[in-house]
Design a protein around this ligand. Structure first.
Ligand SMILES: Cc1cc2nc3c(=O)[nH]c(=O)nc-3n(C[C@H](O)[C@H](O)[C@H](O)COP(=O)(O)OP(=O)(O)OC[C@H]3O[C@@H](n4cnc5c(N)ncnc54)[C@H](O)[C@@H]3O)c2cc1C
Ligand SMILES: *[C@@H]1O[C@H](CO)[C@@H](O)[C@H](O)[C@H]1NC(C)=O
Ligand SMILES: *[C@@H]1O[C@H](CO)[C@@H](O)[C@H](O)[C@H]1NC(C)=O
Length: 343
């Protein structure tokens, strides 16, 4: 039996995890990841990597909850292993505080993380600027470590990585049987999907090993996330802004906002400043599509538009995308393609 050839476009956290779920769950297939950029040059590499999603009002909440819980369980088991620091994973506790209490007093993911509770007056003494907050323990997954590990895991499962920019899906016709679209913000140019837009995020990585807890301003852009070898300070959320260079005005604003909640940051040394474009869409696109041209059929599975929650949702959406690929593969095996039956 010939192998079903699957191409995954994109080597960010979504593309690599999707490729792994396919390679590890579908027998008799070959998986190739094709991407213009690999770690450390993807948007995913810029993410702080906290597992704590923003709620997307246009996606059913049980779907978001499942994506988050699948991802949490996967990263949780890494956190419980000896390799955790090499893979860039750790538990992280801290405070999410609000100047204005949120409409939803309890987020949909409250019982998915550990030790979630609403802060009481005693907890709030730490932050005289606010009147409401949550405290919880979640996981941090730093992609500059995690993506190289995913690449290795994919190769161990028989997958391949290939550098290249795809300008038209039909370039791949005849070479692959199923194409999986995990191109992040690249999907806009690649597919002409105008529903996806960038939300620009600028961050600092600083050396401040004395910080052990996260601080995040709910409904705002300011956050402090201590990681394995640096602390990520953010950030900005600039809709439809494509500027990839660091803006010194943003740098100043981010640093001042973070120092207001953690004054000791004034002593921190800057290691890195960077920008990423969150691939944002009202509804994350996770579905099958069949394209036809000149009597040729192309099977696509889309998995893009994770916005500011790509790390928080990646494993859950990867599992679901692999399921869709499995359905396409079943169809192909039972039907002649390219004038040749795959059975
Ligand atoms: C500042 C900042 C902080 C963030 N913090 C968090 C956080 O704490 N927690 C969280 O959950 N999320 C966070 N996010 C969001 C997260 O980074 C994204 O949701 C996630 O990285 C999206 O992953 P992706 O794999 O879809 O896209 P990307 O990482 O952008 O990967 C896209 C891939 O597709 C490739 N590609 C695109 N077009 C083409 C083409 N035409 N041909 C070939 N290859 C192509 C690219 O080269 C790349 O390999 C943050 C984002 C930013 C910017
Ligand atoms: C706040 O909550 C903590 C933890 O549950 C508890 O120990 C403390 O007594 C509470 N303080 C007040 C003022 O309610
Ligand atoms: C990605 O999605 C867009 C939007 O529908 C689509 O037009 C394009 O063909 C897809 N690209 C790939 C490589 O699947």
């Amino acid at each position: 039996m010939d192998k079903i050839r699957i191409a995954v476009i994109g080597a960010g956290v979504v593309g690599l995890s999707t490729a792994i779920c396919i390679a590890e769950s579908i027998p008799g297939c070959s998986v190739t990841v094709i991407a213009e950029k690999f770690s450390p040059h993807t948007t995913s590499d810029v993410a702080a990597g906290i597992l704590s999603p923003h709620f997307s009002p246009e996606t059913p909440v049980d779907r978001q909850k499942r994506w988050f819980e699948d991802t949490f369980a996967h990263i949780f088991s890494i956190a419980q292993s000896a390799e955790a620091p090499v893979i860039g994973v750790q538990f992280l506790s801290g405070w999410e505080i609000f100047k204005e209490p949120p409409k939803e007093r309890i987020p949909f993911w409250a019982d998915s993380v550990l030790a979630f509770r609403i802060m009481n007056d005693s907890d709030l003494k730490r932050f005289p600027q606010v009147t409401f907050g949550w405290t919880y323990t979640t996981l941090l997954c730093e992609c500059t470590y995690y993506l190289p590990w995913l690449e290795k895991r994919l190769k161990n499962a028989g997958g391949q990585l290939q550098a290249g920019k795809i300008t038209d899906f039909w370039e791949l016709d005849g070479k692959y049987d199923i194409i999986v679209n995990c191109s992040g913000i690249g999907a806009r140019a690649l597919t002409g999907d105008m529903k996806i837009y960038p939300v620009r995020g600028q961050i600092f990585k600083v050396h401040a090993p004395w910080l052990k807890h996260f601080v995040r301003l709910g409904n705002e852009n300011t956050y402090i996330y201590p990681g394995i070898s640096s602390v990520t300070l953010g950030g900005t959320r600039q809709k439809d802004d494509w500027q990839m260079s660091v803006d010194p005005c943003d740098s100043k604003a981010i640093f001042e906002a973070c120092c207001a909640y953690e004054p000791s940051l004034k002593l921190a040394r800057t290691l890195f400043e960077g920008v990423g474009l969150r691939p944002t869409r009202a509804v994350l696109r996770l579905e099958k599509e069949k394209l036809e041209r000149d009597g040729r059929l192309m099977q696509l599975v889309h998995n893009y538009g994770h916005g500011g929650a790509g790390v928080s949702f990646h494993w859950g959406t990867a599992k679901e995308a692999a399921q869709l690929v499995q359905e396409c593969a079943m169809e192909l095996r039972c039907r002649p393609i390219h004038n040749k039956c795959k059975l």
